[in-house]
Design a protein around this ligand. Sequence first.
Ligand SMILES: C[S@@+](CC[C@H](N)C(=O)[O-])C[C@H]1O[C@@H](n2cnc3c(N)ncnc32)[C@H](O)[C@@H]1O
Length: 257
Amino acid sequence: MSGLKTTGEVGAGTVLERVSRNARSLLSLNRSREFGTLCRMLELEPADSLLDVGSGDGYWTERFARRVGQVTGLEPDDAMLGRARRLHDRTNIRYEQGVGESLPFASATFDKVVGVSSLEHFSDPVKGLEEMFRVLREGGRMAISVDTLSPENSSTDFREWHSTRHHVTRYFREEELISILTTIGFRVEPVTMHIFSSPLSRWARETFNKRPRQLLPLFPVFRGLVALGDALPSGTHGQIIAVCAARPAAAGNGEAR
Ligand SMILES: C[S@@+](CC[C@H](N)C(=O)[O-])C[C@H]1O[C@@H](n2cnc3c(N)ncnc32)[C@H](O)[C@@H]1O
């Protein structure tokens, strides 16, 4: 499989940027779980072509690219794209500028489509999901993680802080998302993953995320509390969910993979 792109000398600034990015990812209470879940849901194969919608600075895009043949990172933000090309490029990745609501790709181009916490930032998430369906090949799989804050699972204070800080346009509930996906034509898999689904794990997230610097020495404790809380049977809706769906093969074209 292709490796990291070498773009000549790497400056001290780039090294520091990379170290700081890696540290931020390692110090997230949820992102590596989202990534692992999405990889499993997508059933990635070495020959797959994967579209990562809302690829940000490419940190996770590059990790997907270690597992499949070709990855396209689609991102609207110039600064993010620049960082992705500088820090997280590989010979099997291409980064493109664009928005999820109008994907600059022909229909039925990709084997797999993923979105890591990006859909809730779209100005028109339903259009974004329709576009994901359009660019997927028949039998292809789509998996996305989204923030799903609601009065049931979060404090008003945390929701307001989170939506402002992270520019969220819409929080979804599982059943809303499944209904939208089904209407579009996806076959939704019954494997939704809920993260921060208990009062304990939610308390840990809300407390840590608001003061990450001060609480940094206690990160392993908070991570343990989240793992413990999410392992408890709670029956409540998580603050983040990951869902998976397939684009069914048209009748006569065989079964979806
Ligand atoms: C929370 S970040 C996640 C980035 C990346 N997936 C990650 O996990 O590191 C959300 C990303 O969605 C992008 N985004 C916002 N609106 C978008 C849209 N309409 N279409 C595609 N991406 C969008 C943002 O620019 C941002 O990079």
